[in-house]
Design a protein around this ligand. Structure first.
Ligand SMILES: [Ca+2]
Ligand SMILES: [Ca+2]
Ligand SMILES: [Ca+2]
Length: 53
């Protein structure tokens, strides 16, 4: 039995609410067109890309 997980379960290293995949690839999942945010900076994210919380 695992303890309750936090944001890592969603692959969100910085915990800003946008998953690493979305920050790196953009919401369309294509790395050729990133969303331009830093997946390691919780202050750098696109509000439109928040997929949970
Ligand atoms: Ca993030
Ligand atoms: Ca993209
Ligand atoms: Ca970020």
């Amino acid at each position: 039995m695992e303890l309750q997980r936090t944001s890592y379960e969603h692959g969100d290293c910085d915990g800003d609410g946008v998953t690493d995949a979305d920050e790196i690839n953009g919401p369309d999942g294509d790395p050729a067109t990133p969303d331009g945010t830093d997946s390691n900076d919780a202050c750098d994210y696109d509000v439109a890309d928040i997929s949970y919380q």
